[in-house]
Design a protein around this ligand. Structure first.
Ligand code: ADP
Ligand code: MG
Length: 419
């Protein structure tokens, strides 16, 4: 769910074509898991993390402190997003009363971080963790790099911070290492990272173990990215993962029932999940114009044009090449379930499908779903004339536009008139 979604949003901000092309090549959406689940996987792969326990009530949180060494604990909200520390989602409790208080405050509430959008995500559990004495915070991740077509480690001495900000402001602090698939992670590659962090002796071997564990985990479980931010050096000199984020390749997750059962749909966008059921590519955005398009490239171009004409798309929706009435109906339902939507733009190119069949599908859908807001349709390709005729002769007030530019202009004007 993450990479392509993020890219679409970046795309909408910067409107660059290169990213659009990249998005259409992004196959599937990554599946996320919680920090506590990622840390359990880390344990299986020899990556050390502090002693911890996931709990769903404040009472259980207090009981957990009996099992975890120390006299201060970190209470961490379990949501599928980073940036928790800055917004009160990671709190150090100096005694068990504070553990109880922080857990009670978090569980049942929502956490809004830089990565969640303004609605935030529900906190259904917290992780109670031993506090570590931090000497240095590093950044370490491993991912599938599309440019080099290899697995790549990204490391930085400046951990604990936004990696995007480091990449922008001090790119010299980032060291990337590409792994040859035939050779796997080599000791000299781990040493390169270790030396850049000024690690010594046993720490260098500890980092090698972490990197090899991450690589093994990525390959064996078909993860697309594993991120540890921060990976720390403790005052005692140990190397420990304080945070853990893993994304899995959605197209491969069916091969791993153990990973699939870690999925938490409560953390995912309901509409996006529903779209998946009908094989629709749907991503929620925050504008007022619902878009229904066949083909990811055409969908990007449509959103571009809507923006160019002064509107804002409410979603990205690709109904696919060979669409049918059922899919069009479901797509309308999805679009209309968003109360921000003031008008709908349907943009279909009839290559494989015929426009008159699509027009009938649209009219059936508008009737069945009781669409009351303005709908503008642009049809082009096979039987486009016939399709437009059907729309023009219907009683539903669907606007059949002559071309894409005029369709975008009309839908933006209609949405503004309604708002
Ligand atoms: P997020 O990335 O969502 O903000 P992190 O798990 O990275 O969450 O925690 C944020 C910060 O809180 C870390 O950079 C670290 O400084 C501190 N922190 C997290 N866990 C611990 C811990 N177990 N002991 C001490 N400090 C911690
Ligand atoms: Mg973090």
């Amino acid at each position: 769910m993450w990479v392509s979604l993020k890219l679409v949003r970046i795309y909408l901000n910067s409107q660059t074509i290169i990213l659009a092309l990249f998005i259409s090549s992004v196959a599937g959406e990554p599946m996320n898991i919680h920090e506590y689940q990622a840390k359990q996987l880390f344990q299986a792969y020899g990556i050390p993390s502090p002693q911890s326990k996931q709990v769903t009530t404040a009472t259980a949180a207090v009981l957990a402190t009996n099992e975890i060494a120390g006299n201060a604990w970190v209470v961490k909200a379990q949501v599928h997003a980073g940036g928790r520390g800055k917004v009160g989602g990671v709190k150090v409790a100096k005694n068990s009363d504070e553990v109880k208080q922080f857990a009670a405050e978090m569980i049942g509430n929502r956490l809004v971080t830089k990565q969640t959008g303004e609605k935030g995500l529900p906190i259904e559990s917290v992780l109670i963790e031993a506090t570590s004495a931090i000497k240095c915070e590093f950044y370490l991740s491993v991912l599938v790099d599309r440019a080099s077509e290899r697995v790549m480690f990204v490391s930085s001495i400046a951990g604990g911070m936004d990696i995007e900000a480091i990449a922008k402001d001090s790119p010299e602090k980032i060291i990337s290492i590409i792994i040859d698939p035939a050779a796997g992670v080599q000791s000299y590659q781990c040493r390169r990272v270790a030396f850049s962090w000024s690690l010594q002796g046993a720490q260098i071997r500890a980092l090698e173990k972490v990197m090899k564990g991450m690589y093994q985990l990525l390959l064996e479980k078909d993860a697309s990215q594993i991120e540890i931010n921060p990976l720390i050096e403790t005052e005692e000199g140990d190397i420990i993962a304080l945070d853990a984020k893993i994304n899995f390749d959605d197209n491969a997750v069916a091969l791993h029932p153990d990973i699939l059962q870690l999925r938490d749909e409560g953390q995912e966008d309901e509409k996006e999940n529903k779209a998946q059921l009908y094989d629709l590519n749907y991503i929620t955005l925050d504008g007022s114009i619902g878009c229904m398009v066949n083909g990811a490239g055409l969908a990007m171009a449509t959103m571009d044009l809507v923006k160019l004409k002064g509107g804002a798309p409410a979603n990205f929706l690709d109904v696919g090449g060979g669409t049918n009435t059922e899919k069009v109906c479901e797509a309308f339902k999805l679009i209309l379930s968003d109360s921000n939507v003031k008008a709908v733009l349907v943009n279909i190119f009839g290559g494989i499908v015929q426009c008159d069949i699509i027009a009938k599908g649209i009219l059936t859908a508008v009737d069945e779903v009781h669409v009351t807001i303005p709908v503008v349709v642009r049809l082009e390709g096979t039987n486009a004339e016939k399709g437009r005729e059907l729309l023009n002769n219907s009683d539903f007030g669907v606007v059949a536009a002559d071309n894409l530019a005029s369709a975008a202009e009309q839908v933006v004007a209609l949405a503004k008139a309604v708002a």
